[in-house]
Design a binder for this molecule. Structure first.
Ligand code: PLP
Length: 358
């Protein structure tokens, strides 16, 4: 049975990408081997990693004075690597507290130095991005850390703070889903498993002048300069993940790049929010101005109905709709790879479920 996969991550990848990877899996470009069997220093993989970087640079329109790195350890390792390198003992960093992952980043930051919360939506159960015009970020902070899309709570920044300290963003769940001015950020990072490929590779885009400010006494594998200088080939990189990321970014370019992808993502998310707003059965707990175009969260009139919804949806081929265990409810993750058809089919299912259970 064909299923529509709404999982938050790892999540679905474009079917064309999966088919191509399958075809090349045992015999990559007539080498007689699969790409995962080939040396990370050989000509085949060299072409792959160079293409992956080129695609990322093109798609995100990355300025020349930035480096693109492929790392491991997920976004969660970045939570620690960033303060380890960029939070000196005599300084402080500012963090916006907007959900589970922001909290996790804050916790790691505190391990290394002083952390100040510049804005928080904790007291409204993370139902919004605190209005940026009310923030008072300090120009003296070592950096300002934000989480551009809050995967669990279904909130997303639709503009970014400007003009303060170097801006650092966890974009794990909305990287390359829309046009973003990369030049406004000093560091962007994202675990690949939501929008870019499989788990196991982390994309880091870093401004070289920011990287130059890093602490010296940091182990080689946790140092940004190691990845910058060695072009992510200091040790064996996650070759399969980078290969998949190259395929996914090829696919994004074929689709027309971020302008085209953003448009489709707008259409998909608008369709879902429209039915949530029109219904008295479904309710979206997120403040309209902060709604995510990647993770659409909603509630039903009771927990029993939510369980029934998830179960029936699964039987009909819509999987991954259960909200995160910490918040409950329903979550439809509609990353780049989710088709408009998948969203329309889900909406049909929702309408039918409402009429039978209301
Ligand atoms: C999924 C997610 C993470 C965790 O990523 P890992 O790669 O598992 O460490 C961090 N931040 C955000 C915003 C996420 O969506």
């Amino acid at each position: 049975m064909k299923v529509f996969n709404f999982s938050a991550g790892p999540s679905m990848l474009p079917v064309e990408v999966m088919e191509r990877a399958k075809k090349e899996f045992t015999n990559y470009k007539n080498s007689g081997c699969g790409i995962i069997e080939l040396s990370h220093r050989g000509s085949e993989f060299t072409e792959v990693i160079e293409r992956a970087e080129k695609n990322v640079r093109e798609l995100m329109d990355i300025p020349q004075d930035y480096s693109v790195c492929f790392m491991q350890g997920g976004a969660s390792l970045q939570f620690a690597m960033i303060p380890m390198s960029f939070l000196p003992k005599d300084s402080f960093a500012e963090y916006a507290e907007t959900g589970h992952w922001a909290e996790a980043a804050i916790k790691q930051g505190k391990f290394f130095g002083e952390v100040k919360i510049v804005a928080s939506s904790k007291n409204t159960n993370y139902d919004r991005i605190p209005e940026i015009r009310h923030w008072h970020p300090s120009e003296d902070a070592a950096y300002l850390h934000i989480t551009s899309n809050n995967t669990i709570y279904g909130t997303q920044y639709h503009s970014f703070p400007e003009g303060a300290a170097p801006l650092v963003a966890d974009m794990s769940s909305d990287i390359m889903s829309r046009i973003v001015d990369t030049g406004k950020f000093s560091l962007i990072y994202a675990g690949a498993q939501k929008n870019l490929g499989p788990s196991g590779v982390t994309l880091v885009v870093i401004k070289n002048s920011f990287a130059a400010k890093a602490a010296e006494k940091v182990p080689a594998m946790l140092k940004y300069s190691t990845y910058i200088e060695k072009k992510s080939l200091y040790n064996t990189p996650p070759t399969f993940g980078i290969y998949m990321l190259a395929l996914v970014t090829d696919w994004m370019k074929e689709k027309g790049g971020l302008p085209a992808i953003e448009k489709i993502n707008d259409t998909k998310s608008e369709a879902l929010y429209e039915i949530l707003d029109a219904s008295s059965f479904y309710k979206c707990p997120v403040e309209p101005a902060s709604r995510s175009k990647m993770n659409v969260v909603f509630r039903l009139p009771s927990v029993d109905l939510e369980e029934k919804f998830v179960k029936l949806a699964k039987a009909e081929g819509f999987i991954g709709l259960k909200g995160h265990r910490s918040v409950g409810g329903i979550r439809a993750s509609i990353y780049n790879a989710m088709t408009l058809e998948g969203v329309e089919k889900l909406i049909d299912f929702m309408n039918e479920f409402e009429s039978k259970n209301n």
